[in-house]
Design a protein around this ligand. Structure first.
Ligand SMILES: *Cc1c(COP(=O)(O)O)cnc(C)c1O
Length: 360
């Protein structure tokens, strides 16, 4: 069996070294020494001034909307994981979907401007598969209309645009460190901002809004993460170059083996590196996708229709609208298995099956 993804695990002894230290200290959570160390090491690695380690990528998004005091309408993408949209609804705002760019699959900045009303407070966009949005165009629109920008950068760990971390763009960026993501702390998330006032506020929100003994300064939540999760984050961070290199090599094998497939890949941002978080392909037709997927399923090779269906036309708690590019792409896109322990032989097998079905 080949799954679409499989978590990376560090050598057990290396994780256990951290666990032994936790036992000695008996400090299990609440911004302990390992959580602080992880924040420090991630800041160094990502060359960032500020960053908070939080419960998960979803809570990070919710904290971002709360900290920026967003109200009314938030312009967002229908082509993302459900947490991007559900966060907006959870925070009592209204998502306004605009269509994506057919090449990059990120939100189309040209369509953002048409969707702005006097109720719009922000733009919440996803760097889809780690591929950066047109951050410059979004920035210009946001400044012109006095809107906040949040980037759901859940997929974008290790991506740089114009030589700096993708997490530096927007008012706030969030990342997920969930076990299925390329770099993980089992469950976990990051929240990043360049603004030190905002960072202070986010740190208070993370800890119930408690500002000192017997005092509260904010409406907060429990957004903390534990020492055990930080330990996994620290153990995994030592392998991050190996993870990137292996994924790059796997990506290259796929591209070589699948060069005759009637499918294309999303167009990557010209000034950004790829982090090889996913291997998405856009088939010529949904029919070809379904034929190939069902044969792969039979052979216990599990791919994922990611993202399908469009969030704009499938959520039971929202009015349904159909945005043509998202509807079309979401029906034709498939993510192939990609993870650290995947082998070249497995990719050859997957490619052989796919080409056989196509050429039938
Ligand atoms: C994984 C993911 C999230 C949610 O992150 P969790 O850590 O699982 O809460 C949000 N947005 C996108 C685009 C994701 O892929």
């Amino acid at each position: 069996m080949i799954n679409v993804t499989q978590p990376f695990l560090p050598p057990k002894e290396e994780y256990l070294k951290y666990i032994d230290a936790i036992w000695k200290r008996n400090w299990l959570t609440n911004m302990g020494p390992l959580a602080s160390q992880l924040e420090m090491e991630l800041k160094n690695y990502l060359k960032l001034k500020h960053l908070l380690f939080v419960t998960n990528g979803t809570v990070a998004l919710q904290m971002a909307v709360k900290a920026l005091k967003l109200k009314g309408e938030i312009i967002t993408t229908p082509f993302s994981f459900v947490a991007t949209t559900s966060t907006i609804v959870w925070e009592s705002c209204t998502p306004v979907f605009v269509d994506i760019d057919s090449k990059s699959l990120c939100i189309d900045p040209k369509k953002i401007e048409e969707a702005i009303t006097d109720k719009t407070s922000a733009i919440l966009a996803t760097h889809v598969y780690g591929n950066p949005c047109d951050v410059e165009a979004i920035d210009i629109i946001a400044k012109k209309h006095n809107l906040k920008v949040i980037y759901d950068a859940a997929h974008a760990f290790g991506v740089e645009v114009n030589g700096k971390s993708i997490f530096e763009y927007g008012d706030i960026s969030t990342c997920s460190l969930h076990a299925t993501k390329l770099y993980h702390s089992i469950e976990g998330g990051l929240i990043i901002t360049k603004n030190s006032e905002l960072l202070k506020k986010l740190a208070l929100i993370r800890n119930f809004g408690i500002s000192g003994f017997d005092s509260f300064s904010e409406l907060g939540i429990n957004g903390k993460n534990s020492e055990f999760h930080a330990a996994m984050g620290l153990a995994n961070l030592k392998y991050i170059s190996e993870i990137h290199n292996k994924r790059k090599a796997l990506d290259e094998i796929y591209s070589e083996k699948l060069k005759n497939l009637k499918a294309v890949k999303p167009l990557w941002h010209p000034n950004a590196n790829n982090n090889y978080a996913y291997y998405p392909i856009i088939f010529e037709s949904e029919m070809l996708l379904l034929n190939i997927k069902s044969e792969l399923d039979k052979q216990e090779i599990f791919t994922r229709r990611y993202f399908y269906p469009s969030l704009a036309s499938s959520l039971p708690y929202l009015p349904k609208i159909e945005l043509p590019i998202t509807e079309d792409i979401s029906k034709r896109i498939l993510c192939l298995p990609l993870y650290y322990d995947l082998t070249f032989e497995e990719i050859e097998l997957i490619a052989r099956i796919m080409l056989r079905i196509q050429n039938n």
